[in-house]
Design a protein. Structure first.
Length: 423
C-alpha cells in the first residue's frame, strides 16, 4: 500500500505533464475511460457489493442507496465522462488581451490549478466525475473517498488508471488515497507544496473540518439546507409537484429540499394537500412517507395527522438528508426571504409564485448560489447545468460558486510579451 505522502509526491510530479496535454489527447483518453467503466462493470459491481454488505446495519437506507451501484448507474457515470469529453477545453483560453502604451502585450490565459485534492464521502460516482473533470481541466487529482465506499472507488480509479496506461499516458494523473483513516485526511489538509486546492464534498462535519483545519487553499462546498417558499399567489398543483420532487426524488443529496415555507393566507388549504401528497399517498404506494416537522402555526392545521410532529428550532437549521421536511407558516414574502437569509446555507432556494414582482425581489434578495423561480432545487447539479458533471457545489463566493465544472477548476496567469521594454 502506498502512503499518502508517496501518492502526493507522485501527483505533484505528474502535474506539469498533464497541464500541457492537448485537447485531442485528453478527449481520447476520457472516451477510453468511459468505455473501460462499462467494460469492467462486473468487476466494479463486485467491489461495490462488498461495500453495500458492509454498510448494512451501519448506514441508513437512504445512505446505502447513495452507495449502491448497478449497471445503469455505471452507464450513467460513463456517459458523464463522455459529456465532459464533448465540452470545450478550458485550458489555454484567452480571457483578455491588452496592448499597453509602452507596447507590452498582456494576455490573461486560463491555466490548470495543478494538483486538486478531493475529500468526499460515500458516493462512488463522485470518483469518476472528479477524475474526469480534473483530467479534462489539466489537473492531477488526489481522491480520498470515505471508507464506506473504498472498494468501489478503488475499483473505479484502477479502471481509469488502466485506461490511461492503454493510451500511453501517466496513470498518476488520477490517484486515490489508500489510507481511509482520519490521518490521511489530515495529511491532505496540510499538504502545503503538494496540493494546490482542496475540495471537501460531503456532510457538514467533513466540510467544517476541512475549512477550519486546512493549511492548503480550500473551497467550501455544499451543505444544503434548501428552502421552497410557497407564496399566496402560487399555483397549487405546481407547488405540490415541485415540493414532491425536491424532497422525495433523492432525499440524501445536498440539493434536496429540507424546509418548506408557506404563506399564511393559503396555509389552511395548502397544508392538508401537502400532507396528502407527501404522507398519505406515498404510504398507500408503499413508499416512505415524509415526516412533516411543523412549527406552531402549521401544527395548528395538521396536528394529530399521521407523519406529523412538532418542530423544534434546530429543525430549521438541519440538513436531514432523509424523508423529513421542516414546515413553517410565514406572514409574507418578506418574512420568507428573511427566514432564508437567517437559516439557508447558501446552496439552493426556491419561490413558487405567479407574482412576477415578488419573484424578482426573491431572486435579488436571496443570497444563494442557485435561486429558483417555480422550479425544483434538484436541478442544482453540474450535469443539469450543462457542465457534464461536477466536482462539487460551492457555497462560497471565491473563486467558484454553485456547481463546479471545468472552468471553476482553472486559474489564470498573465503572459506579458515585449521587445526589450524596461521600467
Amino acid at each position: 500500500m502506498k502512503t499518502t505522502l508517496e501518492i502526493l509526491k507522485s501527483a505533484k510530479a505528474a502535474a506539469v505533464g498533464l497541464g500541457i496535454l492537448s485537447p485531442v489527447v485528453k478527449n481520447k483518453a476520457l472516451l477510453a475511460m468511459a468505455d473501460a467503466l462499462e467494460e469492467n462493470a462486473d468487476k466494479i459491481l463486485t467491489a461495490n457489493a462488498v461495500d453495500v454488505e458492509n454498510a448494512k446495519g451501519v448506514l441508513p437506507d437512504v445512505m446505502i442507496d447513495r452507495l449502491r451501484l448497478d449497471k445503469k448507474r455505471i452507464a450513467g457515470m460513463a456517459q458523464g465522462i463522455r459529456e465532459v469529453a464533448d465540452l470545450p477545453d478550458p485550458v489555454g483560453t484567452v480571457l483578455d488581451e491588452t496592448t499597453l502604451k509602452n507596447g507590452l502585450i498582456v494576455t490573461k490565459k486560463r491555466v490548470p490549478l495543478g494538483v486538486v485534492g478531493i475529500i468526499y464521502e460515500s458516493r462512488p460516482n463522485v470518483t469518476s466525475d472528479a477524475g474526469a473533470l480534473c483530467f479534462k481541466s489539466g489537473n492531477v487529482c488526489v481522491l480520498r473517498g470515505g471508507k464506506d465506499a473504498f472498494n468501489s472507488s478503488f475499483a473505479i480509479v484502477e479502471t481509469m488508471k488502466n485506461a490511461l496506461l492503454g493510451e500511453g499516458l501517466n496513470p498518476d494523473f488520477i490517484n486515490i488515497v489508500e489510507d481511509t483513516s482520519r490521518q490521511s485526511a489530515n495529511e491532505m489538509m496540510t499538504a502545503v507544496g503538494y496540493i494546490d486546492a482542496l475540495i471537501p464534498r460531503g456532510g457538514a462535519g467533513l466540510i467544517k473540518a476541512c475549512v477550519e483545519n486546512a493549511k492548503v487553499p480550500c473551497i467550501e462546498t455544499g451543505t444544503g439546507i434548501c428552502h421552497v417558499y410557497v407564496d399566496k399567489c402560487a399555483a397549487i398543483e405546481k407547488a405540490l409537484r415541485i415540493i414532491e420532487n425536491a424532497k422525495t426524488s433523492r432525499p440524501s443529496v445536498c440539493n434536496a429540499e429540507e424546509v418548506c415555507l408557506i404563506h399564511e393566507n393559503i396555509a389552511e388549504d395548502f397544508l392538508p394537500l401537502l400532507h396528502e401528497r407527501l404522507c398519505v399517498e406515498r404510504e398507500e404506494k408503499g413508499l416512505p412517507p415524509v415526516e412533516l416537522r411543523c412549527d406552531e402555526k402549521a401544527w395548528a392545521v395538521l396536528g394529530g395527522k399521521s407523519s406529523v410532529v412538532q418542530a423544534n428550532e434546530k429543525d430549521f437549521d438541519t440538513e436531514f438528508l432523509n424523508y423529513i421536511l421542516a414546515v413553517k407558516v410565514v406572514e409574507s414574502g418578506d418574512e420568507a426571504i428573511a427566514h432564508i437569509g437567517a437559516h439557508s446555507t447558501g446552496h439552493s432556494d426556491c419561490i413558487v409564485s405567479e407574482d412576477n414582482a415578488l419573484c424578482e425581489k426573491f431572486a435579488l434578495y436571496v443570497d444563494s448560489a442557485a435561486v429558483y423561480i417555480n422550479a425544483s432545487t434538484r436541478f442544482t447539479d453540474g450535469g443539469e447545468f450543462g457542465k457534464g458533471c461536477e466536482i462539487g457545489i460551492s457555497t462560497q463566493k471565491l473563486h467558484a460558486r454553485g456547481p463546479m465544472g471545468l472552468e471553476e477548476l482553472c486559474s489564470y496567469k498573465y503572459i506579458v510579451k515585449g521587445d526589450g521594454q524596461i521600467r
